[in-house]
Design a protein around this ligand. Sequence first.
Ligand code: PLZ
Length: 447
Amino acid sequence: MTSEPIEQWRILRTAVPGPASQALQARKLAAVSAGVSTGLPAYVERGAGGILVDADGNQLIDFGSGIAVTSVGNGAPRVVQAVQRQIAELTHTCFMVNPYEAYVAVCEQLNDLTPGDHDKRSALFNSGAEAVENAVKVARHVTGKNAIVAFDHAYHGRTNLTLAMTAKNMPYKHRFGPFANELYRVPMAYPYRWPGGPQHCADEAFGYITDQIHAQIGEENCAAVIIEPIQGEGGFIVPPRGFLPALAQWCREHDILFVADEVQSGFCRTGDWFACDDEGVIPDLVTTAKGIAGGMPLSGLTGRAELMDSIHPGGLGGTYGGNPVSCVAALASIETMRELDLAARAREIETILRAGLDKLAAAYPQVGEIRGRGAMIAMELVADPETKAPAAALTTAVNKACHAQGLVTLTCGTLGNVFRFLPPLTIGDDLLHEGLDILADAFAASV
Ligand code: PLZ
């Protein structure tokens, strides 16, 4: 079964959202919990490459990839074929009941591709949050210690344990507590907002943060430090060079596991297979999800063999984790990433996005900083470049103006003032340029 190819250009047939989407949104309001919100309520029917087609026939440019998931693009041919074939052959057994090859093959790929060439083992789950939960389980089990350290601006999921690790109150945590205990938060090495000024972040952050862990928790109580090598939901915050290697080394010296949450930054998104690769950082445990399986739900936990194998048989698992259809989608996505060299493509996308954003920065003092790596780029908007007061209302206005023109954009940031770009890595140059033009118009109309 193949469907009509989708031409890779934007088409606006109605307002966005149009009447068909508005009718669906009325049904949504009557049927779906208000707690589940919709950023751009244009109901999508089909997608391919950098285009999403909505219920009114509008063709929208996708700068979000469903939050960094469809890195190979919707409808990637290998993924479609693999899923169609697999679903007709075998949908589910539960790997813990009757195993199948695809699960093993995905673990082999994870062991091979994640940072470091040491002996590794993996386990598969359904969501990023579940992978993080399992990283915490393994870290506590192996070290016999309890405390887990996470960072300001961190995002690790919406389950009770991962909410304790996620930093932002609204909308994630508000009135959903109490949260799991023995979770501690330390400042993030966030150059743009480092109290002593951006130029001092590289020198000061590591010492300040490890002093805090020592004084407030104690290394001997600390099972793991978990960090997103480039923070995602918290604002695409990139720590200064040298920070991650120093932190990983410090963890090793103190028998603390260094866990990289690569759920958002992994699988070619930042121009490498994983964001840790940029500085050769080798974590003890790595969590993956999102881009791994071209849109099918799958996540993984990969770690040093002796850590992952120290768990008793039956200690890790779940009914659906590593579902066969998701596993073949992952294998096909990884093959697509290799074949099209999507890591290199992410670096090309960075060049194009930065050129467009640099022009905006030159024209508007409200562009406080442009940062990120590969196809994970953001701009932080401020009301005044001196005070750096966050410009959340402007961020929302620009986002809405982009949506109205059929450009699917996302915001992020603890302060709600970061505009982020996460296009599929298979998007064409023309769509990137057109998206940047739409953004420039949206900016001009909103400031
Ligand atoms: N770790 C680094 O980015 C998910 C959240 C969307 P799940 N980020 C998108 C939302 O508002 O719910 C994420 C992440 C990092 C873990 C997670 C959690 O992954 O698959 O959403 O559970």
